[in-house]
Design a protein around this ligand. Structure first.
Ligand SMILES: C[S@@+](CC[C@H](N)C(=O)[O-])C[C@H]1O[C@@H](n2cnc3c(N)ncnc32)[C@H](O)[C@@H]1O
Length: 197
């Protein structure tokens, strides 16, 4: 996990961030404003980068918590919008624990646009435990992940839908596949952990 995290930190420092576009993907706008959109609630953006997706969700009434391992990216995100709970921290870090504790079982939308597919095995386990800890019964996960493509040296190693499902566990089902690399998973209303304030 450290190697990929360091690569991302370096890329933000050098301004080499080709993923950091101005547009909001239609897969996200559909989920927030399209037919069958959920009412605004709590959202978590994992690996939020400079925060434009979190910003967009907050502008549509969502209460967003967002974190990224790059402090440079989070500095920029904070300048973008003050009413989002931003955290410059990586998955699995102890300082993320109280944040996740406050969200436990309450988040109705989890967003991961391009973070999971670059994580190593340990990072993926931390990702799954984060998602399962915060997600409310019936929560949706919107994921953009490139398919599995090997070593993960320089480029993200990728992940296939079957591995995502295995990581999330049996309470989740793959509910949609809006386009190439995009998936929606939904947590069952039954069998989720008890709601905590
Ligand atoms: C491809 S970028 C996408 C950023 C953002 N979601 C976007 O679409 O603009 C992947 C992001 O994941 C972050 N990231 C990578 N590993 C991470 C980790 N272990 N914990 C938190 N963030 C991580 C990177 O710093 C980077 O901002």
């Amino acid at each position: 996990m450290i190697a990929m995290e360091s690569q991302y930190r370096l890329m933000y420092r050098l301004g080499l961030t080709p993923w950091d576009q101005d547009t909001i993907p239609t897969e996200l706008t559909q989920m927030i404003e399209g037919a069958g959109a959920q009412p605004p609630g709590l959202a978590l953006d994992i690996g939020c980068g400079t925060g434009r997706h979190a910003d967009y969700m907050a502008s549509r009434g969502w209460h967003v918590t967002a974190f990224d391992v790059s402090s440079r990216a989070i500095e920029e995100a904070r300048r973008r919008r003050a009413d989002i709970d931003w955290h410059a921290v990586g998955l699995g870090a102890p300082s993320l624990d109280p944040v996740l504790g406050r969200l436990a079982g309450r988040v109705t939308l989890v967003l991961d646009i391009g973070c999971l597919h670059g994580l190593d095995t340990r990072g993926r386990a931390a990702w799954a435990s984060t998602v399962n800890r915060v997600a409310a019964p019936g929560a949706r996960l919107l994921l953009r992940a490139a398919p599995s493509r090997g070593t993960g040296f320089i480029t993200p190693r990728g992940i296939d839908p079957a591995e995502v499902s295995a990581l999330l566990g049996p309470e989740w089902s793959r509910a949609g596949h809006p386009s190439h690399q995009w998936d929606v998973h939904v947590r069952s209303i039954l069998g989720a952990p008890p709601f905590r304030c």
